[in-house]
Design a protein. Structure first.
Length: 371
C-alpha cells in the first residue's frame, strides 16, 4: 500500500494525460504509416482461421503464407476497384440533378412564404443541403478510403511480413503464456473478439446491403450498387454509420423521384436496419465488443481524428486493442474493464463471465490449443 502513495493522485493523472497526448499526437503525425499497419494487423487476424485450418491439414509453409495473403489482397483490390468506379459514376451524376434541385428550391420558397418564414432564412437552409455539398462529403469519405487502400505496395509488404511471422509469433505466444498468462490471455481474447466482430458485422452487413440495393432498385434510385457498397462500408462505423449510409441515397431519391421516393427510401433503410442490425445481429455478436455506448462513440471521434476515414472503420478493433494493452493485461484492471464495457459484474451474466479474467481464461483455453 505504501508504494501507491509515492506520488499524489492528481500528479499521476496529469502525467498519464500528458503521456496520452504525446502518444496520440505521434500517431496522428505518422498516421499514413500507422493506419495501413493497423489495417494489415486486423486483416491478418481476420484470416488467421484459414491459416490455422491449413496448418491442421498439413499444408506446406508457403501455402500457409500464400493463401491468407491472396484472400486479403483480393478483398483489398476488389474494394479499391469498386470505390474508384463508384466515385467516377457519382461525379458524373451530380451535375445532372441541378435542374431538379432548383425546382425543389422554388417549391420550398413558396411553402416558406405561406408559413411566414423569411426568404433569407430558407435560402440559408437550402444552401446547407445543396446536393453538391452532400455528395461531396460522400466523395471525400470514399476518396479517403481509396487513398488509404491505394498504398498497396506498403500494404503488400506489411501483409507479407505478418503472414511470414504469423506461425512463429503464435508459438512465441504459446510459450509466453507460462510467464505472462494475463497478457497472453488478453491478446487471445482480443483476437477472438476482433474476429467475431468482423465476421458477424460483415455477414449482416452484406445482408443489409443486399436488401438496401433491392429496395433502391425497386424505387428506381440511381446507382443502387454504389449505395449498397456505401451501406456495407458504413456498417463498420459505430453509432452514426447507418445515418451516413442513408443520407446520399435518400437525397438522390428526392431528386429523382420526389418526396415520396425519399420517404420510401428512409422507411426501407430504417426497417432493414432495425430488423437485421437491432434485433438479429446482437444475438450473434453478444458482448464481443466489450465497450459501452458512450466509449464507443468517443472512440469513433478519436480514431477518426487520428487516422481519418480508415480510423472510423477500424474504431472498434482499435479500441479493443487499446483495452487489451492498457486494461485487460493489468492484474488490477477488472474494475476498469467493467467501467469501459458498462457491464456490472454479476448482474445478468453467467458466473464464468462475471469478470474479465473469467472470460479471458475461458477463451484462452480455447485459443491455447491453436497452433
Amino acid at each position: 500500500m505504501t508504494d501507491q502513495r509515492l506520488l499524489p493522485r492528481a500528479l499521476v493523472v496529469l502525467l498519464c494525460a500528458a503521456s496520452a497526448v504525446i502518444v496520440l499526437g505521434g500517431i496522428r503525425a505518422v498516421g499514413s504509416i500507422v493506419g495501413p499497419a493497423l489495417l494489415a494487423l486486423i486483416l491478418i487476424l481476420a484470416v488467421s482461421p484459414v491459416r490455422t485450418w491449413l496448418h491442421r491439414h498439413g499444408a506446406p509453409g508457403w501455402v500457409l503464407v500464400a493463401i491468407p495473403l491472396m484472400i486479403v489482397l483480393l478483398v483489398l483490390l476488389g474494394m479499391v476497384a469498386v470505390l474508384t468506379i463508384s466515385i467516377a459514376q457519382l461525379a458524373a451524376l451530380i451535375p445532372t440533378y441541378d435542374k431538379q434541385f432548383q425546382q425543389l428550391v422554388v417549391q420550398a420558397q413558396g411553402l416558406a412564404t405561406k408559413l411566414g418564414i423569411g426568404t433569407q432564412q430558407i435560402n440559408e437552409a437550402i444552401n446547407s443541403f445543396y446536393p453538391s455539398k452532400i455528395f461531396a462529403i460522400a466523395q471525400e469519405f470514399l476518396s479517403g478510403l481509396v487513398g488509404a487502400f491505394s498504398g498497396i505496395v506498403l500494404m503488400v509488404v506489411l501483409l507479407l511480413a505478418m503472414c511470414l511471422d504469423a506461425q512463429a509469433f503464435s508459438r512465441i505466444l504459446t510459450l509466453g503464456a507460462v510467464r505472462r498468462p494475463l497478457l497472453i490471455g488478453a491478446l487471445h481474447d482480443f483476437a477472438h473478439r476482433t474476429r467475431r466482430y468482423l465476421v458477424v458485422s460483415t455477414g449482416f452487413g452484406l445482408v443489409c446491403s443486399a436488401l438496401d440495393v433491392a429496395a433502391l432498385w425497386v424505387l428506381n434510385v440511381p446507382l443502387p450498387l454504389l449505395w449498397g457498397v456505401l451501406a456495407l462500408i458504413t456498417n463498420y462505423i459505430p453509432n452514426i454509420g447507418f445515418i451516413l449510409g442513408l443520407i446520399p441515397p435518400a437525397l438522390l431519391g428526392l431528386l429523382s423521384g420526389g418526396l415520396d421516393t425519399m420517404v420510401f427510401v428512409i422507411v426501407a433503410y430504417v426497417l432493414i436496419n432495425f430488423v437485421v442490425q437491432s434485433l438479429i445481429q446482437p444475438k450473434y455478436l453478444g458482448d464481443a465488443v466489450g465497450l459501452s455506448t458512450t466509449l464507443t462513440f468517443i472512440s469513433l471521434i478519436l480514431w477518426t481524428f487520428l487516422l481519418g476515414p480508415l480510423g472510423a472503420l477500424l474504431a472498434i478493433p482499435l479500441s479493443l486493442l487499446t483495452r487489451t494493452l492498457l486494461i485487460d493485461s493489468d492484474p488490477d484492471g477488472e474494475w476498469a474493464a467493467a467501467l469501459v464495457s458498462g457491464n456490472v459484474p454479476g448482474e445478468g451474466r453467467p458466473a464464468e463471465e462475471d469478470s474479465t479474467t473469467g472470460t479471458r481464461q475461458e477463451k484462452n483455453g480455447e485459443g491455447g490449443s491453436r497452433p
